[in-house]
Design a protein around this ligand. Structure first.
Ligand code: DGY
Length: 342
């Protein structure tokens, strides 16, 4: 009798636990951590739809569109925990209307993205991909000279978006002797960065030898760098983008690179990911392109997952999570919504 009562009690407790849909591959220890706090359903992104009707929480990559279409299928949803800092995949107005909390993973990937940005700057300045290709093509000792690059010391780095990642890039750029100027929605000097000069976007583009983009993708920053802005840049300048592809008008960029209006581009992100094989940018010799790997180190991805899981568990347990982008919905989102046992 006690055994039956215990089983019934366990079932009741399990049913009362919040239901979370996990649409990311997670290692076993993370699955156990989630399972201790929630009733979880592990699904692939492709099978996500079927799990939505009962889900109160969702753990998901930031490549999946999150808006009305998804919310309509998820009447009990109150928290979406995104695996990534960018949340341009989310219709935030729709989430706010429904009182759904959107969480992300800021901070833990600053170093990885800033490191990669410096890597791209150095790769372009010192022509690392071409020099590597030179050796692989058995041209060392045969052709006259390997390709020469340019020094960073004394050059100007223009950072567009002086938030957490932009600042981490500035910190890395200083010891290389780069003079940093920046443009941001918040103007004026930053404490501790008085040597980095705020300027208008056009002044930044006009004076920079390297332009590096670290802005969020929003309706205001969509195609922020377009044909007109590329025309303002120096013909010797390189455009670096490790933020989001659509911040740059890629067709205009390809044209500017083809005609030599600017010297080159080093991109971790593209407007369409993965790109169409016929994308003209991929055939240009003055382009370095990476497959959106800004945060792709073992340590950083583990820290991102840890934060995304903590966000989900905390919010579903009725506590404020460490990172969310729409705290105004917290009072509604932290309350359980599932009234019928399943
Ligand atoms: C982020 O976290 O937004 C990175 O770009 C990885 O998606």
């Amino acid at each position: 009798m006690w055994a039956r009562a215990a089983t019934a009690y366990l079932r009741l407790v399990t049913e009362m636990r919040p239901r979370a849909c996990i649409a990311l591959p997670v290692p076993l220890d993370v699955e156990a951590r989630l399972g201790a706090a929630c009733s979880i359903e592990l699904v692939s992104e492709r099978d996500l739809s079927a799990a939505l009707p009962l889900a109160e929480g969702l753990l998901i990559s930031n490549a999946v569109p999150v808006g009305e279409a998804l919310f309509e299928r998820a009447p009990h949803l109150r928290v979406v925990s995104g695996f990534g800092v960018g949340y341009n995949n989310v219709d935030l107005d729709a989430a706010n209307r429904r009182g759904i909390l959107i969480c992300n993973t800021p901070g833990v990937l600053n170093d990885a993205v800033a490191d990669l940005t410096m890597g791209l700057i150095l790769a372009f300045a010192r022509r690392i991909p071409e020099n590597s290709a030179f050796v692989h093509a058995r041209r060392w000792g045969v052709a006259a000279l390997p390709p020469f690059g340019f020094d960073l010391r004394g050059k100007t780095l223009g950072i567009i978006g002086f938030g957490r990642i932009g600042i981490a890039v500035a910190q890395r750029a200083r010891p290389f002797g780069l003079q940093v100027i920046f443009h941001d929605v918040l103007d004026g000097a930053r404490p501790g960065f008085e040597d980095c000069t705020y300027c208008s976007l056009d002044d930044l583009l006009r004076h920079s030898d390297i332009v590096s983009i670290h802005a969020n993708l929003t309706p205001e920053t969509h195609h922020l760098i377009s044909a007109r802005e590329l025309e303002v840049m120096k013909p010797s300048a390189v455009l670096v983008n490790t933020s989001r592809g659509p911040v740059v008008d890629q067709a205009a960029l390809a044209a500017a690179l083809r005609t030599g209006q600017i010297a080159g581009a080093a991109l971790d992100v593209l407007e369409v990911e993965p790109p169409d094989p016929s994308d003209p940018l991929l055939g240009l010799p003055n382009v370095i392109a990476l497959p959106h790997v800004g945060s792709a180190t073992h340590e950083t991805r583990a820290a991102m997952l840890d934060l995304a899981v903590t966000n989900l568990i905390e919010a579903l347990s009725g506590r404020e999570p460490p990172a969310c982008v729409n705290p105004e919905v917290l009072p509604m989102a932290l309350q359980p919504r599932r009234h019928t046992p399943v």
